[in-house]
Design a protein around this ligand. Sequence first.
Ligand SMILES: NC(=O)c1ccc[n+]([C@@H]2O[C@H](COP(=O)([O-])OP(=O)(O)OC[C@H]3O[C@@H](n4cnc5c(N)ncnc54)[C@H](OP(=O)(O)O)[C@@H]3O)[C@@H](O)[C@H]2O)c1
Length: 306
Amino acid sequence: MSTTGPEGSTALITGASYGIGADIARALAARGHHLVLVARSAEPLDRLAAALEAEFGISARPLAADLSTEAGMDAAAARAGDADILVNNAGAGLGLSFERTAWEEERRMLALNVVAPSRLVHAALPGMLRRGRGRILNVSSVAATAPVWQGTTYGASKAYALALTESLAHTRRIRTSPVALTALVLGHTVSEFHERAGIAPSPPSLTLASPYVAERAVRAILRRRPPVVCVPSVRYKLLAGLLRHLPRRVVALPLLADDFTVTSYEAPRPPYGAGEPRTGGRESAGSDGQDGVLPAEAHGQRERQP
Ligand SMILES: NC(=O)c1ccc[n+]([C@@H]2O[C@H](COP(=O)([O-])OP(=O)(O)OC[C@H]3O[C@@H](n4cnc5c(N)ncnc54)[C@H](OP(=O)(O)O)[C@@H]3O)[C@@H](O)[C@H]2O)c1
C-alpha cells in the first residue's frame, strides 16, 4: 500500500457485520480498498459486501466465522496473511461481575478480544513486512487506560489490545519498516455493544457516532506515519490522557470509575456467545454531530441505571 494509493490493497476487517466494523469497512471501501469482511452473521455480511461492491466498485468478500473458536480463527488467519490492512475490531463485553459469569462466557470473550486479534496480527505481520507495506488497527477502549470499567475482564482484555499494539509498534523492526500498528482507543460509541453486553447505554454527552469514529480511525491509519494510539474526539483525547497519567487512587474514585457490575442495565440480556449471531442488519446509527458526539435525540430511550 502506498498509504494513500490503495491499488490492489485488501483490508480484512473483523466484526464487520454491523457497528463500528461496518463503518470502517465503508470508509475503506470509499477509498478503493478491497475487503474481506468477517463476523458470525452471514446475512448482514453478504448484504454489506454487495452494497459496498455496488457503491464503490471494489471487491468485498464475506467470511462468516466465529472468532471465539479455533476453527473461526483458523479461517480468518488463512485470509489475514494476504491482507495489506488488518482491522481487529470484533469484540464484546460482559455486564456481569467476574465471579458471577460462567467460565465459558469468560473463555469466549477472552478468545474473541485477546486471542483472535493476536492470532490475526501474527498471521498478517510476516507478509506485510515481506511486501513492505501494511497497516494494523487494533480496537481498544478507554477502559484499557485505567481501571474505570471495574469488576469484569473486559477492561483487561482491551488493555491487552493496547499493550500488544504499543509493544510491537515501538520495536525497531516495525519502526524502521513501512508497516505500522495503531490502537484505536474508543470512548462510548453508538452500536449494539452495550445492549449485547447487558449494560446501560452511555451518557449522551459522551457518546460518539460510529461513522465519525470509523472515519477518524481510517484517516489515522492511512497517514504516512500513523499514530501508535488514536483517540477519536477531543474530549476523549483529554479523558484518555488524564486516565493514563493520573495516579490510580484518583482514577478509582467513584466519579471517574464505574463498576458496571453494580450499575448494570438490569433487563434480560442475551447470553453472550450462546446467542445466535444476528440475521437482520442495521445501518449504523447516528450523525456525526460536533466532535463526533451524537445529538441527544439520536440516543435510545433507556436511561443509565443509578
Ligand atoms: N461501542 C462502544 O462504546 C465501544 C467502546 C470501546 C470499545 N469498543 C470496541 O469496539 C469494537 C466494535 O464494537 P461495536 O461497538 O461495533 O460492537 P457491536 O455493535 O456489538 O459489533 C460487534 C461486532 O463484532 C462481531 N462479533 C461479535 N462476536 C463475534 C465472534 N464471536 N466472532 C466474530 N465476530 C464477532 C459482531 O458480529 P456477529 O454478531 O455477526 O458475529 C459485530 O460485527 C469492539 O472491539 C469493542 O470492544 C466499543
